[in-house]
Design a protein around this ligand. Structure first.
Ligand SMILES: [Fe+2]
Length: 347
């Protein structure tokens, strides 16, 4: 590949003349924006261990009352993007949120889409679009773009959950904003109950639910059962993974980020092929190692890591007797819509 001219090859008078007209020569920057073969990501393989994060999050509960925080969150920031950018990848934001007994996080809605993955504690709930969603460990709860949501806590122990948002992308598009609202009246409970059996959906004389987000809570107990049933019914080499989808359409449950859960059989070692989207992995249960490039992370309860796209990822269940369960968020719906989605098989 040809070596291109550098900016300081150009006379300073010429560079000054360009800048005065808001002009920039392309060739000194061409290789940076169009690198050969594959992108040069800012996203670094990064792991946040829950055992290290948890005491700091609980300390935030002592240092900052909820009224002074609105949402009491520690952001899992990828150093490759700069901590101040608060990004896990180009399009993914991650935050670990703490709600103490009796606290509420007031009603609001915003343009970025969010999901919650519940990490620990009992008794908290999220009300989304008038539906009250109990928060139990491993549950996935959607708070999609434009839907009012608020959090409350009737239990007696701290509750922690992982927030995943497409905030970096929506902010980059200059489309990110929030509106504050009044406490919601609860008008519905348990949209997941109508969709709990695969293959059938609620129907009133064939009128179907055409809400863009018909199901808001995906209970972990049922997702876990699905994974175990799939594992029991599949070949040993098949990856045991389920996607969180809109049960009316089968599409991804949200527009920009995709969500799935993966089970590793006892002792299992798998390699996921290199795909263009960046991803995050969060350990729900068990123990595993994750390898990407020449980095390896040992994951235990509620550990979370981010990995850039375009490289294979190896996963290994470190237990010979128990399964391991991982929650995965990635940028694949976005990549597919943009037409840049790729899967690369090993050479
Ligand atoms: Fe929110």
């Amino acid at each position: 590949m040809l070596e291109l001219g550098r900016l300081d090859d150009l006379p300073s008078t010429y560079r000054t003349a360009l800048a005065s007209q808001n002009l920039v020569p392309l060739w000194p920057s061409l290789r940076a924006v169009l690198p050969p073969g594959k992108p040069t990501p800012h996203t670094q393989p990064t792991c946040w261990h829950y055992a290290a994060l948890r005491p700091l999050l609980l300390q935030a509960g002592e240092l900052t009352p909820i009224e002074k925080a609105e949402r009491r969150v520690l952001v899992l920031a990828n150093p490759g993007h700069g901590l101040e950018k608060m990004q896990a990848s180009a399009a993914i934001y991650l935050g670990m949120q703490l709600l103490l007994p009796g606290e509420i996080a007031p009603s609001h809605r915003h343009t970025p889409n969010a999901v919650r993955m519940i990490v620990e504690g009992e008794g908290a709930y999220t009300t989304v679009g008038g539906e009250k969603c109990p928060m139990q460990r491993g549950d996935l709860i959607l708070t999609p773009t434009g839907l009012w949501h608020e959090h409350g806590h009737d239990g007696n122990e701290p509750v922690v959950w992982l927030d995943v948002l497409d905030l970096p992308l929506v902010h980059y598009l200059e489309a990110s904003y929030v509106e504050e609202g009044q406490p919601q009246a609860v008008t519905a409970n348990g949209s997941e109950r109508g969709y709990r059996s695969g293959g059938v959906v609620p129907s009133r004389m064939f009128a179907r639910n055409d809400r863009r987000y018909p199901m808001l809570r995906y209970p972990w107990a049922e997702v876990r059962q699905s994974l175990q049933a799939l594992a029991a019914d599949s070949e040993d080499k098949e990856v045991v993974q389920v996607a969180y989808v809109n049960p009316e359409t089968g599409d991804n449950c949200q527009n920009i980020l995709g969500y799935s859960a993966l089970m590793l059989r006892p002792g299992e070692q798998i390699t996921l092929p290199a795909r263009s989207p960046a991803a995050i992995f969060h350990l729900i249960e068990g123990g595993a190692t994750l390898g990407v490039d020449d980095v390896s992370f040992t994951l235990s309860n509620a550990d979370t890591c981010s990995v850039p796209g375009y490289r294979p990822i190896s996963l290994h269940n470190t237990s010979a007797t128990e399964p391991a369960f991982l929650f995965i968020a990635d940028e694949s719906p976005l990549h597919r819509k943009l037409g840049v989605y790729e899967v690369r098989q090993a050479d």
